[in-house]
Write a protein that binds this ligand. Structure first.
Ligand SMILES: Cc1cc2nc3c(=O)[nH]c(=O)nc-3n(C[C@H](O)[C@H](O)[C@H](O)COP(=O)(O)O)c2cc1C
Length: 260
């Protein structure tokens, strides 16, 4: 018998009653109904501390100088990874599907989500030089981000004044590729005002119902969702430069230095 699929949802929003909170609940309900065993990390609700630093560690490899990767590896090897991080790693490595919900804040993720990555993607446990990209620990897992922006779709388009949101998302998605996951095309919902939806505020919700319906349908049709295209390890030379005949899938890794 095939075991039950597991989904882990990460929510990075200060108010669970926000539209992002609503979408995270929708994910939980939709995926549970689809047969997934679902867990949710509401990072603000958990008061997750996003700051990697000496204050996180009771045991140190080097008491004099705090080197984050050295301490992460040392504590992973000794079974003394901070408990909140260890719990997140269990959920991350135990899931088949990872869903990440966040609003775009200053063209990137809220700091709490970046800090979750800084702390949870533990060197020596979740990645190392021989365990990343094609050989990453996340091979076989799918990941999808659901992102809201305050700015309109036109404003966030490839030629919009805010800059191309799809490009702004490249750096936040790449760590999941680094871990070896199959990163699905993110779902981006534009023009979401932060007060447009609050629980009990029916008028606000109605404007966003279309987005909710679309997101539900995305989750119900994940097998047909396109994956983000990344170069494979063998498309780089020994110096880690893109091979001349390899395709370039993103302006972040391209053949010409200038932007032509
Ligand atoms: C600190 C901060 C920075 C923001 N930066 C951006 C931004 O760079 N681009 C954008 O389109 N909206 C930006 N916004 C608007 C949010 O993306 C928007 O309020 C959010 O997507 C609405 O979702 P919510 O109702 O769940 O909060 C920002 C909001 C805050 C609070």
């Amino acid at each position: 018998m095939v075991g039950q699929m597991k989904a882990h949802i990460v929510l990075a929003h200060p108010d669970a009653r926000s539209f992002n909170g609503h979408l995270a609940n929708l994910s939980h309900n939709t995926l549970t109904a689809a047969g997934y065993d679902c867990t949710l990390s509401d990072l603000y609700g958990m008061d997750f501390d996003p700051r990697e630093g000496a204050h996180q560690y009771r045991f140190r490899e080097d008491e004099a100088v705090f080197h984050p990767q050295s301490e992460q590896r040392f504590n992973a090897q000794n079974g003394t990874t901070p408990e909140d991080v260890a719990a997140e790693i269990t959920r991350l490595l135990g899931c088949d599907l990872l869903v990440v919900h966040f609003p775009l804040w200053w063209f990137g993720p809220p700091a709490i989500l970046k800090g979750w990555m800084d702390r949870v993607f533990v060197y020596g446990r979740v990645y190392r030089s021989t365990m990343r990209y094609d050989t990453g620990i996340g091979a076989g897992k799918r990941m999808i981000a659901c992102v809201t922006t305050g700015a309109s779709a036109d404003n966030c388009a490839h030629n919009g004044r805010e800059g191309d949101t799809r490009l702004h998302l490249w750096p936040i998605l790449y760590p999941f590729r680094y871990l070896g996951m199959d990163v699905l095309e993110p779902e981006v919902m534009h023009g979401v005002g932060s007060t447009a939806f609050m629980e009990g505020h029916e008028g606000g919700l109605s404007g966003l119902e279309e987005y909710s319906d679309r997101w539900r349908s995305v989750l119900q049709n994940l097998p047909s969702r396109q994956s983000v295209r990344y170069n494979s390890d063998r498309e780089f030379d020994e110096r880690k430069r893109l091979l001349p005949d390899a395709p370039s899938h993103t302006p972040f890794i391209r053949h010409r230095q200038d932007f032509g």
